[in-house]
Design a protein around this ligand. Structure first.
Ligand code: OXD
Ligand code: MN
Length: 602
């Protein structure tokens, strides 16, 4: 061991020795998070080819990493929640008995670090000195993981200092193994506060602070301790009167969360300002004032690159011009990265994400559709001044959004918290490249947490319902859909900065203002309620955007019955009651009242 061992808490040391005895690394390095350590890791990564230096004049501190070609997205089918009882993991998770999981993984980890360095990475999720924050330690044999964890978390001595106060930490063990999908597993042990991951070097599978700790294990812990760990962005909105209010938004992966978190107000809405607290994960706790308060547990952004441009997300585009690790993007001859949706046209020649020669005539995309940037939050020009506030920010409204071409209006409001939990529980979205599998297929994704809830989702819905009564001023809840289409797949809503118009209505509604009509599915804005000053959306398109077509909802109700059946007795009766109420309202809207009377023999 190095002399930094002195830094190490005795609980960690014993565990590090145990993992070393299993994995047999050549060397153990305790990471302190210093600049010098970073420089050494980068130098070594450049020598081994784990990183490729991008053009340092144009993009200082930027590097490219190419993952193995079959290791490019989260692999949900290889991700397990290992609770003592299978029913505690629920039908939303793959389950394995914890001892059986350890027995399965131990031979895969045996000697896995031979010839490699074992890095011990202490990290803090959440602001320093916050009652929200949690310490984890990740053991890994990947320098790319260490460098990425350094960006995505508060890493090194700062975490050890925090640990010396609390003594508790999540044990995260990671090895690249042989990178074979046949020997790839991401195993969570909520009752043992640990994660074991082997066989992948890709983001959410390997940076264990993010999805594994901050969502799967944290959601379990949050239920136990009375708080919430959610797949949500946190956005501050300052109005022309300089009043700042905060919104949390849950969207499935790659549905525009990062763009919304870095929203740039349109010129036609002078005086508005948006600030970014987080783009992916929110930890929420009841505050003394009866509201829910949120922190972002992360310290960086791990965003989808394709589609990021000066037009779509200028803040993100500027933020990734320095000190950024790109994964699986294309490389231009001048050493700068390129991807589909970049402002620059396709380069006449480049290397694609796998390092193969590429031209615009090549049949495949230059950048992988799930290629990513990893960037420190401090580089984000719209970063909220409250980002490091240990108390977090108070939440006025919550939104659930998804990618839906049909049926779902641009926005509508839940009648109350219970109805809002139902709207979240019945969220579905068209799949994207963030996870392996087919793209564009409709899948159920309650609260955008289906891949990330570390326990039975029936119990999770119960916890959501209980949290609404644990606070006296719960946020108002809304459903949004920026992706509704008209003829030939044309998007009816411009999206991006213009979404602020919808958020303004949401803020108004959360304070009892703004116009809405009660519909079968919830409270929908009247056609003029959303400010369209300076916006080219016709009355006809606005009507289509807000339309609730009862006939289209019949199919949705049938799908909800499947969800309810899936969770059996663990599905809260309140959710079933909301479903029954929706079915009753839709039936009434489809069947004229005189027919209801005749059919029911009244
Ligand atoms: C992510 C995801 O990487 O949700 O944030 O997949
Ligand atoms: Mn995410």
């Amino acid at each position: 061991m190095t002399d930094k061992t002195a830094l190490i808490h005795s609980g960690i040391r014993k565990w590090v020795d145990e993992v070393a005895a299993m994995t047999h690394p050549d060397r153990i390095l305790i990471c302190d998070g210093s600049e010098a350590e970073k420089e050494t890791l980068i130098k070594e990564s450049l020598a081994t080819g784990e990183l490729i230096a991008l053009n340092q004049q144009k993009m200082p501190g930027c590097y490219l990493h190419r993952s193995a070609p079959h290791d490019v997205a989260r692999t949900e089918q290889l991700t397990y929640v290992c609770t003592e009882l299978e029913k505690d993991a629920g039908p939303n998770n793959n389950w394995m008995d914890p001892d059986a999981a350890i027995a399965k993984l131990t031979p895969l980890f045996a000697n896995a670090m031979e010839g490699r360095t074992m890095y011990v990475v202490p990290f803090l999720m959440g602001p320093v000195g916050s009652r929200f924050s949690k310490v984890g330690v990740e053991i890994t044999d990947s320098k790319y993981v260490v460098l990425s964890m350094r960006i995505m978390t508060r890493m090194g001595c700062v975490a050890l200092d925090e640990l010396s106060r609390s003594g508790e930490f999540t044990r995260c063990v990671h090895s690249l193994g042989d990178l074979s999908p046949d020997r790839r597993f991401i195993m969570h042990f909520p009752e043992r506060n640990s994660v074991w991951s082997i066989g992948s070097g890709y983001g959410g599978n390997a940076l264990l602070g993010k999805k594994c700790l901050a969502l799967r294990l944290a959601s379990w812990l949050a239920r136990k301790e009375g708080w919430m760990a959610e797949h949500m962005l946190i956005l501050g909105l300052e109005d022309p009167q300089k009043r700042v209010r905060y919104i949390c938004g849950a969207f499935p992966s790659a549905c525009g969360k990062t763009n919304l978190a870095m929203l740039v107000p349109p010129r036609s809405m002078p005086g508005w300002k948006a600030t970014t607290v987080g783009d992916d994960i929110a930890w929420l706790r009841p505050g003394a004032d009866g509201r829910l308060w949120a922190v972002n547990p992360e310290a960086g952004f791990f965003g989808v690159v394709p589609g990021t441009s000066r037009k779509t997300n200028p803040t993100a585009f500027d933020m990734i011009q320095s000190n950024t690790i790109f994964t699986n993007v294309a490389l231009r001859p001048d050493g700068t990265p390129w991807w589909e949706g970049h402002d620059d046209p396709p380069p006449p020649q480049a290397l694609d994400w796998q390092g193969r020669p590429w031209t615009p005539a090549s049949p495949e995309k230059a950048a992988h559709p799930n290629s990513r940037f990893t960037t420190p939050a401090t580089q984000c020009a719209s970063l909220s001044p409250e980002f490091d506030n240990p108390e977090g920010v108070p939440i006025h409204a919550m939104i659930f959004g998804a990618r839906r071409q049909r049926r779902i209006p641009l926005v509508y409001q839940a009648r109350n918290w219970q109805h809002g939990v139902f709207l979240g529980a019945t969220l579905s979205s068209e799949t994207t490249a963030a996870a392996t599998g087919k793209v564009g297929v409709l899948r159920r994704d309650p609260m955008a947490m289906w891949p990330f809830c570390g326990y039975n989702m029936g119990d999770y819905f119960r916890h959501w319902l209980d949290m609404g009564t644990a606070v006296s001023k719960p946020p108002a809840i809304f459903r949004v859909n920026w992706f509704r289409t008209g003829e030939s797949g044309r998007f009816l809503w411009p999206g991006f900065g213009e979404n602020l118009r919808v958020l303004k209505w949401i803020l108004d509604r959360s304070e009892g203002r703004g116009d809405a009509v009660d519909s079968a599915i919830g409270q929908v804005p009247t056609p003029d309620a959303i400010d369209r000053t300076g916006l080219d959306v016709s009355d006809a398109d606005m009507t289509r955007l807000l339309k609730v077509d009862p006939a289209e909802w019949v199919e949705a109700i049938a799908g909800q019955e499947e969800l309810i059946a899936m969770f059996g007795e663990r599905m809260p009766k309140e959710i079933i009651a909301e479903h029954d109420e929706l079915a009753r309202r839709i039936n009434a809207a489809i069947t004229p009242p005189d027919l209801i009377g005749r059919d029911s023999g009244i």
